[in-house]
Design a protein around this ligand. Structure first.
Ligand code: NAD
Length: 242
């Protein structure tokens, strides 16, 4: 994978799980990385923690302005912040619907719009959105999450079309079941090896990071508006690959 020497990257949800792994991999490949999160982690080599709530337009503006002021450029965005909630459809409250859509879909829009404005002014950049296999599989009891992730795929395609003229590429990574703090408790409860995908295990955050960093890199220069599924074969098995 290409080098990110001299590049500056922002990873939202960068304090945990897939975001933290992606921030670390981008840093290992030479980028200065800002790990933006509602609950920022400790600083690490070339990874600067930054407090940001992606649902708050003022917080998002402050993030982008602050990064440009401090690092002078912004080449890569990994729009990854997300929450996962489960609730049977008939019991789903309006507040629960709003919370999940607010973080997972509207939050992604707010961050991508702000970053894309900066990238367009600078002549280009690369955006990778963390979607999900739930973008195409209707996992039971997660209508709000599924709807948000389905919307993300179309947002990615729309941004790819609208932003290509500014030299900005936009792609998605669609993880299957990846063991992270987001779902560790639920996975421990289910303990059902038969639910494994064909690969016979859950995926790792590092495996998602590798896909995201490839899409963000110059090696993917002609790839835009698409989605790279990282799911151990789950969507190949049930015919729902995006
Ligand atoms: P995680 O809980 O380990 O990390 C998510 C991070 O996002 C956390 O650090 C959290 O503080 C941050 N965050 C949440 N709301 C925020 C907000 N409003 N503003 C800023 N930061 C916020 O979870 P993860 O598994 O690493 O998930 C990362 C992304 O991957 C999410 O978008 C999730 O939907 C997606 N995803 C995960 C899986 C999986 O199986 N783990 C599968 C498909 C997609």
């Amino acid at each position: 994978m290409g080098s990110f020497d001299g590049k500056v990257a922002v990873v939202t949800g960068g304090a945990s799980g897939i975001g933290a792994a992606t921030a670390a991999l981008l840093a290992a490949r030479g980028a200065q990385v800002v790990a933006a999160d509602r609950k920022p982690a400790e600083p690490a080599d070339s990874v600067t923690p930054w407090r940001c709530d992606v649902t708050d337009p003022g917080s998002v503006r402050a993030l982008v302005d602050g990064v440009l002021q401090r690092f002078g450029r912004l080449d890569v965005l990994i729009a990854n912040a997300g929450i996962w909630r489960q609730r049977p459809f008939l019991e789903l409250s309006t507040e629960e619907w709003d919370e999940v859509l607010d973080v997972n879909l509207r939050g992604c829009f707010l961050v991508c719009r702000q970053v894309a404005r900066a990238m367009a002014a600078a002549g280009g950049g690369s955006i990778v959105v963390t979607a999900s296999t739930n973008s195409t599989i209707a996992e039971p009891d997660t209508a709000h999450y599924n709807a948000a992730k389905g919307g993300l795929l179309m947002l990615v395609r729309s941004m790819a079309v609208d932003l290509a003229q500014f030299g900005i590429r936009v792609n998605a990574v669609a993880p299957g079941t990846i063991e992270t703090p987001l779902n560790r408790a639920a996975l421990a409860e289910s303990d059902d090896a038969f639910a494994f995908p064909p690969a016979g295990r859950w995926g790792t955050a590092d495996e998602c990071a590798t896909a995201a960093v490839f899409l963000a890199s110059g090696e993917a220069a002609y790839i835009t508006g698409t989605s790279l599924t990282v799911d151990g074969g789950q969507t190949a098995l049930n015919g729902t690959a995006p």
